[in-house]
Design a protein around this ligand. Structure first.
Ligand code: ADE
Length: 256
């Protein structure tokens, strides 16, 4: 997958994306990130990329032309068609279903705005999709672009060492939160590892994990459960989890 990033700070995003799973995906040739700085396409000695908003008000608005030229250069660098995604708090909220769909595209162009915004005419003419990473305001789209890059990179075939782990993540296959995880030591002042995980009984372990995932989702994100297609067995597991929650002395794994 090729990702073209239009940003006043392309190196910032590339460095964020250069570690861990995304870094490895890059080394393995699974994703290829190219930065384009609108300032390189700006005119005049000062290479201006922004100006004051018509109608007054605080802050600066990014100019059409440097962004348009950077977009054109990015498009021309590869023949594959690429949707242009603008990262902004006004966009549709990014979720794992959208990440999955975007991860299968051969190419994406990510447009990061800075300051108070981007001239609306550029957005109307050039942007295919506007995405937000949450209901809060960042000072630019760069961190959001890094989030999106990380989320799509880890879904590329071969990016994760254990092919199953993307499926087992929260929201992995069925929109549930992930179960809790434990490692050594078995006994610790902070508590013991749930016994079932030490049993070697894979069916019991899978059952426990499913029950925890269902229970956690019910407790923390009931909105997700409304969307999830639960089987009869899932409903029974959830009922078991909730009964344990209600019974003092049983440890369902959730803090009270
Ligand atoms: N730019 C500024 N805030 C943002 C947000 N919440 N999501 C995506 N891009 C942004």
């Amino acid at each position: 997958m090729r990702i073209d990033l239009i940003s006043l700070f392309p190196d910032f995003v590339a460095s964020l994306a250069g570690h861990g799973v995304v870094g490895r995906a890059g080394e393995r040739g699974l994703i290829d990130i190219h930065g384009w700085n609108p300032r390189d396409y700006a005119e005049g000695n000062y290479r201006r990329v922004d100006d004051r908003p018509f109608g007054g008000g605080p802050g600066m608005v990014m100019l059409i032309e440097p962004l348009r030229a950077a977009l054109q250069a990015a498009r021309a660098a590869d023949p594959a068609p690429a949707p242009v995604i603008y990262l902004s708090p006004q966009g549709r909220r990014l979720d794992q279903a959208r990440v999955r769909a975007l991860a299968s595209a051969p190419r994406l162009i990510l447009l990061c705005g800075r300051y108070e915004g981007v001239d609306e005419r550029l957005l109307q003419a050039e942007v295919d999709e506007e995405l937000s990473i949450g209901d809060y305001v960042l000072s630019g789209g760069e961190l959001a672009a890094a989030v999106l890059i990380d989320a799509v990179a880890r879904l590329q075939d071969g990016a994760l060492n254990d092919a199953q782990s993307a499926e087992q993540d929260s929201f992995g296959v069925d929109g549930l939160l992930d179960c809790p995880h434990y490692t050594r030591p078995v006994e610790h002042a902070l508590g013991a590892v749930p016994e079932v995980l030490l049993s070697g009984n894979h069916a019991q372990i899978a059952r426990w994990r499913r029950m925890q995932a269902l229970g956690r989702t019910w407790l923390r994100r009931p909105d997700l459960l409304e969307e999830a297609a639960l089987s009869k067995q899932d409903r029974a597991l959830l009922a078991e989890f909730l009964a344990m929650q209600a019974t003092p002395g049983t440890n369902s794994g959730e803090p009270a």
